[in-house]
Structures are given as C-alpha cells and as structure tokens.
Write a protein that binds this ligand. Structure first.
Ligand code: PRP
Ligand code: URA
Length: 214
C-alpha cells in the first residue's frame, strides 16, 4: 500500500491502477476531458482506502429469506472540495458515496506570496466524517488553511481526512506540522517544489488542466 517515506500520517496509495492512471495524467499531452476522467477514477480508488476505517452500526432488516441485523454507515460523510481543483476529485468520491453531503472551501493561491486567499466557504450544518479533497499539496498552505477553516466551524479534528493526488515533501512537512493528527492519502509523493512552488515532476496546474484554462 504505502512506499517508504518520513511522514507517519501519510499513506501513498501505490495500487498499480492508481499509478498507471497518474502517469497518464502527468503527460502534458493529456487533454482536459481525459484528465478529468482519470482524476475521477483515481479519486474512487483512493476513496476505497480513505473510507476503510468508517464506523459501522447495525440496523434490523429483512432479506427475502430471513431477518437480520445488518451493517450500515454509522455517521454522515461530507466531501469538502478545495476550489477549484478539488471538484475534480469530488466527482469520483460522489460516485463512490452517493449519500455524502458536500462542502466547498474556495482558496486562491497568490502566485507571488504563495499564500492562500479565502473567497468562499459553504459547509453542511452536520458533517460527520470529512474527506477534504485537493489534487495538489504543494507548499501545503491551502490544505492547512482548509483544515483550520473546518476546525473553526466546529468539525472534530479526528473526523478529518485529507486526500490529494500529488504531494510535495515540503507541503507534507508543513501540513503535518500544522495538523499532526490528520491522516493524508495521496497517489504520489514527488521530489520537490520548483522556484514558483510548482510540484516537480508534478503535472502542472491541476485546476487549469481540469477546466481547460491553460
Ligand atoms: C492549487 C491547488 C491547491 C493549491 C496547492 O490551487 O489546487 O489548492 O494550488 O498549493 P499550496 O499547497 O502551495 O497551497 P490554485 O490556488 O491554483 O487554485 P485553483 O484550484 O482554482 O486553480
Ligand atoms: N498548484 C498546482 O495546481 N500545481 C502545482 O504543482 C502547485 C500548485
């Protein structure tokens, strides 16, 4: 499941299908229509891992043959997208968990300062388990800020999971320092950031590649 690295809260989902699809996404010739589809498929595969520890309760039902107490999800699940690029991952998780509620945190990373700026927040009143999604963990500023937003809105820290597609060691270090108990799931831990704080080798600007705003 996980490759070797220095981050105890990080799970790198090394499933061959995830890795193959990520390679297709990294290719600069992959067009938005395929990029979006691949992101959705990877989000579903990572979704299987990030939901592995969801609590279950039991409910009485009747099968056509006999009554039984059957397992059901014990609490609501909320997918929170960091806008814009998180929307591309939410597409996959929504398909996997159709009953999930959804929230949105709009953040824009200033290209000069690399600091996130908040422009939109909308969350359900009761969230339960929160799966926070953003394909890129670069400096870690946006993801760390989004968790701060959730905590300020009363979400329990232990209910938060972060799902990314590609992560930089610098971003993971910053995120883990800010939120040391929040588990992170990613498809790849890349090499480094460049001088514009883009992930190397990365896949470029995820939002632009999803929405064709290159
Ligand atoms: C990108 C990406 C993350 C953020 C990562 O979003 O989707 O949200 O940058 O960078 P960080 O880890 O250094 O904070 P961007 O701000 O470009 O907005 P967009 O999704 O609307 O394109
Ligand atoms: N945001 C992106 O979309 N890509 C990066 O490599 C860094 C930040």
């Amino acid at each position: 499941m996980s490759s070797t690295h220095d981050f105890p809260t990080l799970t790198v989902v090394s499933h061959p299908l995830v890795q193959h699809k990520l390679t297709l996404m990294r290719d600069k010739n992959t067009q938005p229509i395929h990029f979006r589809q691949l992101l959705k498929e990877i989000a579903m595969l990572i979704g299987y891992e990030v939901t592995r520890d969801l609590p279950l309760s039991s409910e009485p039902i009747e099968t056509p043959v006999a009554p039984m107490n059957a397992p059901v999800l014990a609490e609501p699940i909320t997918i929170v997208s960091i806008l814009r690029a998180g929307l591309g991952m939410a597409d996959g998780l929504r398909e996997l968990i159709p009953s999930a509620r959804e929230g949105h945190i709009g953040l824009w990373r200033d290209p000069e300062t690399k600091q996130p700026h908040e422009y939109f927040i909308k969350l359900p009143s009761e969230v339960g388990r929160v799966i926070l999604v953003d394909p890129m963990l670069a400096t870690g500023g946006s993801a760390a800020h989004a968790v701060d937003v959730l905590l300020k809105r009363g979400v329990a820290r232990e209910e938060i999971r972060l799902v990314t597609l590609v992560s930089a060691p610098e971003g993971m270090k910053t995120f883990a320092a800010a939120h040391p108990s929040v588990p992170v799931y990613t498809a790849a831990l890349d090499e480094k950031l460049d001088d514009k704080a883009y992930i190397v080798p990365g896949l470029g600007d995820a939002g632009d590649r999803i929405f064709g705003t290159l």
